[in-house]
Write a protein that binds this ligand. Sequence first.
Ligand SMILES: Cc1cc2nc3c(=O)[nH]c(=O)nc-3n(C[C@H](O)[C@H](O)[C@H](O)COP(=O)(O)O)c2cc1C
Length: 237
Amino acid sequence: MNETIDLMLAHSSVRRFTDEPIERADLEAIITAGRAASSWKNFQSYSIIVIQSEEKKQALYDLVPQPAILQAKAILFFVGDHNRASKAAELHGTDFDAKGTENLLISSVDASLAGQNALLAAESLGYGGVFIGMIRHQALAMAELFNLPDYTYPIFCIALGLPAQAHPVKPRLATEAIVFEEEYVEQDIEIIKSYDQIQTVYAGDRQTELWSERIVAQFGQAEQAETKVILEKNKLS
Ligand SMILES: Cc1cc2nc3c(=O)[nH]c(=O)nc-3n(C[C@H](O)[C@H](O)[C@H](O)COP(=O)(O)O)c2cc1C
């Protein structure tokens, strides 16, 4: 179609990286492109911590043992951030209350748009990467390790580097299962079964469980992440 859409359609998460570094200019371009994303009322309610030291990567890996973290040449740590907003309240001498679901959505959506922009920019430069949301299961330790102040919380990391592996693009749900005309169309269970089959064929030997079993593992029990705790501690809930 065009270069941009081709790049988007070629996306596949990369979890293994070579030893080649990421050029400083490239990293800056990736971050600048990330930050060019839209944000709620231009609040830009997130911060990005750039992690490159072996020491910090190791500390992060000790908490979230995913090989991509150790192998990455740079990790972008996205923080939901209403701390700057608290400074605006200070400036105007007004009350400040950033608690609540809507405020959580504002910062989480802003960070997600910036993160996706950044990953695409990285892919356009020949790098690969993967989002790492599992950091939220260690939210309290993350807050301590990265010195997160009041009104902030960890959202996800993006591990980046030059790809040492290439997977074929992962098939998505059928268009009609996810894109509706004019109104919502509730799906029946067949759509789940048929996507399980598609994923099984795609994953081949690498498959350990069905796609629908992974969903059940996530949503079949009360949430495990520490996000609720960090939100309370940092005055966002
Ligand atoms: C918010 C978010 C968090 C994710 N967290 C992880 C993670 O902790 N570990 C991991 O290996 N992949 C993680 N992923 C990557 C997804 O598993 C991946 O995007 C999905 O399986 C689709 O595959 P693809 O990106 O190769 O198309 C995450 C993706 C998103 C959007």
